[in-house]
Structures are given as C-alpha cells and as structure tokens.
Design a protein around this ligand. Structure first.
Ligand code: ZN
Ligand code: ZN
Length: 348
C-alpha cells in the first residue's frame, strides 16, 4: 500500500537561499550532515537549498527526501572539476577549475547524472573530471554559476586577464545558453576575493550577466570551523600544528542567514536576492516510486510481449545454468577434505 503523503509544510520566507553547499558527501571536505543541514536551513527560513558536492552526486536522494519532508525546495547540483581534456592524464599539475552546475529541470537532472558518471568513467585522474566537450553535450536543462575562487573565470579575473575572462564567459554562454549563466560572487573573507569581486562586478555591468551570491558552505555554524579544520588535516594527512598545510584562511564557510549574507554584500543586495531567482527556475522531480528496469527490445519482426518474455527467459535460463554449473564445480572442489584430495591424487 502506498504511504500517505506528508502534509505540506509552509515554505520559508527568507530573501536568500544557499546555492553552493557541500555536505559530508564531499569526502573529508564538507562537514555538513544532510539531516542537520536541512534542519538548519529550515530554521533560517530558507525556501530552497542546493546540494553541490565536489564531483559527486552521492547525497542527492537523501537530500531530496529530507528537503521535501522539511518543506524546502531541493536544488540538485554539483561542483564540477573541469579540465581542457578529460582523457588526458599526465603529470600532477594539470589545472582543474571548479564550476557550479544546477539542474533546472528533469532533463538537466539526467544530464547531471550523465556528467557525474562520465567524470568518473572517462575523466578520473586524482579527481572525477569533465571537459567542455562533455559539458556541451549534456548542457540542456542546466544552470551554471561561474564558480568559486578556483573557477576558471575567477582565476582569470584575479590575474587581470580580461581577454581570458571574456573568452570563458563566451564559452559558457555558448554551452549553457543565454540566461543560464550567472556570475557567482562569494565573500568568505579569503584574500583572493578582494581582487576577484570588484572585477566580477565590472564584468556584470559590462556584459549584463546577473550576479548571484553564494557562500561555498562547508560546515553548518561558525563555531564548526575548528572541527572542519581538523577534517582537512585528516584529508591531507597533516597536523593542526603544521604551518604550511592546506587550510581555509577564514572561518566564514558556514550556512549564513539572509542578514549575514546581506551584510557580506553591502554593495550587491541584488546578488543576494538573485539566489531566489535561480531557485525559482530550478524544478526537478525525482520519481522515487518508479521501477527503474532496462527496456527490452523485441527481436526483429516480433512485437508481442510473450515472445519477448520467452526469448528473455531462454537467454536467462541458459546463463543461469552455466553459472550454476561453474559454482557447483568450484564448491565441490573447495568442500572436499584435504585427505580425500590427497588419497585420490594421481600417482605415477
Ligand atoms: Zn570550489
Ligand atoms: Zn565549493
């Protein structure tokens, strides 16, 4: 019997929602447990919330279910690792850029799954990576935010490479289409952003692209920054006392509320508000009750299900019988006692 649907819960009314969030599925990097994350977002009155783990989509079903239960709109996304060529696997210093992808609709969700899979199956090299060719092939239904300080656009802006920044914007627009690219702006207190953000703001004015504020959330509350730092030490095999280890250079990567976000972006309240515009545009429904089984193609000229069923049965029976024979032979070899095998050994 089908379970009775949960009564609808009132949606939050905050004027901001987080579109760049790492859960513990960003292994040894994200410190937010999905249930606690959703509960906190609900406490803060967020009408929507995104999941954008590093290279993986492992948390999306749990996230989707928890959000629906809490009356929060779930936005399914991924912080992708992008390289020039996903098949090239040489050296350790190949540059990887971060890019935030969000599913706008069911097609986008399916494309995200495809991209996530091919990043592992074809692009894996230290990290699951994809390239612009893959993005182009699976861009339908996706919204792209230009990424954190490790995004290609941010790097170009930080280095004052205007032509490279423009080329990146052009490329992303060609891939995702007009209206589906937003300039991602973060204010997490790290040094690079002091150079990147004013240039992002100029770029928005020059190109007409919209800014959207995110906080690259890695832990729930400000006081969790210390625990998160320990997690990074576990990831990198270093000690807290080490001077030159990888660390986040601020304690602001937490789930800020609307007020905290507005005070982080005093010159860009529209970037904060635009998070809701993006959230409004993302509508994915994951059908969890549906049976997901492969489709059988009927043999040429036969369309009647009984014929398909009989041919499937024939193939499966033959395969099962062969497996069973192999299994039984192995089992009887393994189960015969050593002395029996020794007595019946061939003597010459
Ligand atoms: Zn990033
Ligand atoms: Zn991130």
């Amino acid at each position: 019997m089908r379970e009775q649907a949960e009564p609808p819960v009132a949606r939050g009314t905050a004027g901001f929602c987080h579109l760049h969030v790492h859960t513990h599925y960003s292994a040894l990097d994200g410190a937010c447990k999905v249930d606690e994350l959703v509960a906190r977002a609900s406490e803060l009155g967020m009408p929507a919330l995104a999941i954008t783990d590093h290279g993986v989509l492992s948390g999306i079903i749990q996230f989707y279910q928890q959000c629906n239960k809490a009356g929060i709109k779930p936005i399914i996304g991924l912080e992708a690792y992008v390289v020039e060529d996903r098949f090239r696997k040489e050296g350790q210093n190949e540059e990887r850029w971060h890019l935030t992808l969000l599913a706008r609709d069911d097609t986008g969700y399916r494309n995200l799954l495809k991209l996530g899979s091919l990043a592992f199956l074809e692009g894996y090299y230290y990290k699951p990576r994809m390239d612009y060719v893959a993005l182009k092939e699976h861009a339908e239904g996706l919204i792209c935010l230009t990424g954190c300080a490790s995004g290609r656009l941010s790097r170009a802006l930080q280095n004052g490479q205007t032509a490279a920044a423009d080329a990146e914007i052009k490329r992303l627009l060609e891939i995702f289409g007009e209206g589906n690219v937003y300039l991602e702006m973060q204010e997490t207190g790290i040094r690079e952003l002091a150079e990147i953000n004013p240039r992002l703001s100029e770029l928005a004015a020059r190109t007409g692209l919209k800014l959207v504020a995110t906080n690259d959330v890695h832990y729930l509350r400000e006081e969790n920054a210390v625990a998160h730092d320990v997690l990074l030490c576990i990831q990198t095999g270093s000690r807290l006392s080490e001077e030159n280890r990888m660390r986040f250079s601020s304690e602001e990567f937490f789930l800020k509320d609307e007020k905290e976000m507005l005070s982080a972006f005093p010159d860009h309240p529209e970037a904060v508000a635009n998070s809701l515009e993006v959230a409004e545009r993302c509508n994915v429904e994951i059908k969890l009750e549906e049976m997901l089984i492969p489709r059988f193609r009927c043999p040429r000229g036969t369309t009647k299900p009984p014929i398909c069923a009989s041919s499937a049965k024939r193939v499966l029976s033959a395969g099962t019988a062969a497996r069973w024979r192999r299994r039984s032979a192995n089992a009887s070899r393994a189960s015969s006692p050593w002395w029996k095998r020794w007595v019946s050994r061939p003597t010459s």
